[in-house]
Design a protein around this ligand. Structure first.
Ligand code: HSE
Length: 312
């Protein structure tokens, strides 16, 4: 069944989750991008309107993460001539570390798939969404796209084959987020990373990710808290973010399970045992940022376990 018009939502995400660079991510309840798809008046897919992007995003389908992801789906289905119009409504700033381009790519491909009556499953459209996001930073990794599409906490065994596993999400898990108003380009934040990693760091990080995953399966917050620590990537990126070490100390002193950079930054996240705890961490971080006159948004969120969904 084809719909007259559909509107879909795809949530923001926290990639890496400290211990899983490029292979781990979680979906936030909000913010999230919205895409509207309807029948067009001319042949092919056309983006007719973008809001919330301060005029920065291209309307050209091939150059737009949402447009390109949807186009890849239409190519796969042999429906590139079908007249389709797309509107993109950005609900988060770009270059924030909240997976903004991934949310758009997911909403774009999920929106067109929904418009066509869901001919493919979410797993089957994952690759198109990752190809869409790739336009933004040039790299092919699913740690924002997969949680935005599927929801919850997602582990990616391989970014080549896109094998993913949904990890359990303990109900009380909550996140305090800080978005300092600076822009970090993902491509630059990736370019500064060392190509090789000392063996002792690999051993430490492997122990940490395995323990975090074990803690998720057991619902053991204390265990998660002992291991949510990035010894490889965070030390190389921390200098990009003002007051990073002070903010981390404040979060941990206020009982956060862990605190690190969200994706490529500049956003930061604190994983917390309950919304009340997340609110306490958020408030302490906000007071410090205020005292340092660093412009930032702070918010708390639970974990979105549904992923992208159709609003109508
Ligand atoms: N894993 C990615 C990174 C997420 O940290 O560069 C940002 O796209």
């Amino acid at each position: 069944m084809e719909y007259q018009e559909v509107k879909v939502y795809a949530p923001a995400t926290v990639a890496n989750l400290a211990v899983g660079y490029d292979i781990l991510g979680l979906a936030l309840e909000s913010p999230g991008d919205e895409v509207i798809v309807r029948q067009g008046t001319r042949s092919g897919l056309h983006i007719t309107r973008i809001t919330g992007d301060e005029g920065k995003l291209p309307l050209a389908v091939e150059k737009n993460t949402a447009g390109y992801a949807a186009l890849q789906l239409l190519r796969h289905l042999g429906k590139t001539d079908m007249p389709i119009e797309m509107e993109i409504h950005k609900k988060m700033a770009m270059g924030t570390g909240l997976g903004s381009s991934a949310a758009s790519a997911v909403a774009g491909v999920y929106g067109v798939n929904a418009y066509l009556g869901h001919p493919l499953s979410k797993s089957e459209i994952l690759r198109f969404a990752v190809e869409g996001e790739q336009i933004a930073d040039g790299a092919f990794h699913a740690d924002n796209v997969a949680p935005s599409l599927f929801g919850g906490i997602v582990l990616i065994r391989s970014n080549d084959t896109l094998e993913t596993t949904q990890l359990p999400v303990p109900a009380q898990l909550a996140v305090a987020m800080v978005y300092p108003h600076i822009q970090i380009l993902t491509s630059e934040s990736r370019a500064i990373l060392s190509e090789s990693v000392p063996l002792d760091q690999v051993i430490a990080q492997t122990g940490n990710i395995a323990t975090v995953i074990s803690g998720l399966y057991e619902g053991d917050m204390k265990k998660i808290g002992t291991a949510l620590c990035d010894v490889i990537i965070e030390p190389q990126r921390a200098h990009l973010i003002p007051q990073f070490s002070q903010l981390k100390e404040i979060a941990i002193n206020n009982a956060a399970l862990g605190f690190s950079i969200s994706g490529a930054g500049p956003s930061l996240f604190a994983l917390c045992d309950g919304l009340e705890s997340a609110e306490q961490v958020r408030s302490a971080l906000a007071s410090h940022l205020d005292s340092q006159t660093i412009a930032a948004d702070t918010f708390v969120s639970t974990i979105n376990t549904q992923g992208a969904y159709q609003i109508y």
